[in-house]
Design a protein around this ligand. Structure first.
Ligand SMILES: Nc1ncnc2c1ncn2[C@@H]1O[C@H](COP(=O)(O)OP(=O)(O)O)[C@@H](O)[C@H]1O
Ligand SMILES: [Mg+2]
Length: 243
């Protein structure tokens, strides 16, 4: 569903993304880990068509992003670190507004409520102004918008930052349900624990390069942390693991 083929992006003299090869299938959650500046957001922005690649290409559902922007964006939903909603509108009004903006029919109010139900927000929350929402509630509305849009792929850029453990857990459980329904998800995060908990695969990025690609099922939390830290310290994780 999502594919990067030698995807590269240069900003002036800085190579922010260096020949990224990656694919995320339907129903799969792929987490990207890496220090600030590693190229995670650049990757997500290239998939969204916010940036044009310097070389290589990003594909969504087989279509190259840069040359099929409208079609590609119809298949995508984006959940940034801060889901921006209108604070003076209720959650349900926001959902209706952003669904229309995505060119999708909002249908009956009952349908919007059902979407709120699906993301674990109750009727009281749907009728509350977003100014009174917690961050976790706003992030859930972000997923409700993705659901309303029927997005086939989700791009999430540090959606968990600042969420308390319960809110992060609920958000991840919901993301897992979306993936189980066939949505592909690429999520940048600093949270190794959650990446291990919900990711099918984890990529570790460093200075624009994907330096490790891991199958989560084969790893313990401790192993993941050690491999991650080894990369950050410039040690060779394989050599260390064998030592
Ligand atoms: N619009 C931009 N102009 C210039 N440099 C940028 C721009 N966006 C990102 N960069 C640089 O590209 C590198 C990767 O950044 P980014 O993708 O935001 O990393 P991450 O999300 O992993 O923290 C960084 O060195 C950053 O400073
Ligand atoms: Mg970033």
């Amino acid at each position: 569903m999502l594919k990067a083929d030698k995807l590269s992006k240069r900003f002036g003299s800085r190579l922010a993304l260096d020949h990224l090869d990656l694919s995320v299938g339907a129903g799969e959650i792929h987490c990207l880990l890496g220090a600030n500046g590693a190229g995670k957001t650049t990757t997500i922005h290239l998939f969204l068509g916010f940036l044009e690649p310097t070389s290589g290409a990003a594909y969504v559902n087989g279509q190259e992003v840069a040359s099929n922007l409208d079609a590609v964006r119809a298949d995508l939903a984006y959940v940034p670190e801060q889901v921006n909603l209108y604070p003076m509108l209720t959650g349900q009004e926001n959902l209706a507004y952003f669904t229309r903006l995505a060119g999708r029919p909002t249908g009956e109010a009952a349908r919007l409520r059902e979407l709120f139900d699906q993301v674990g927000l109750d009727r009281t929350a749907a009728d509350l102004r977003v100014a009174q929402y917690s961050k976790g509630m706003r992030q859930k509305v972000g997923l409700a918008i993705a659901l309303a849009k029927g997005a086939r792929a989700l791009l999430l850029d540090e959606p968990l930052s600042g969420l308390d453990p319960q809110a992060a857990n609920e958000f991840c459980a919901l993301l897992r349900r979306l993936a189980d329904g066939g949505t592909a998800a690429l999520m940048a995060t600093h949270d190794l624990f959650r990446a291990k908990q919900i990711g099918d695969r984890i990529g570790i990025m460093k200075a624009g390069r994907l330096v490790e690609h891991l199958d989560v099922a084969r790893l313990s939390h401790a192993q993941l942390e050690r491999i991650y830290l080894d990369h950050m310290h410039g040690r060779n994780p394989v050599a260390r693991a064998c030592a």
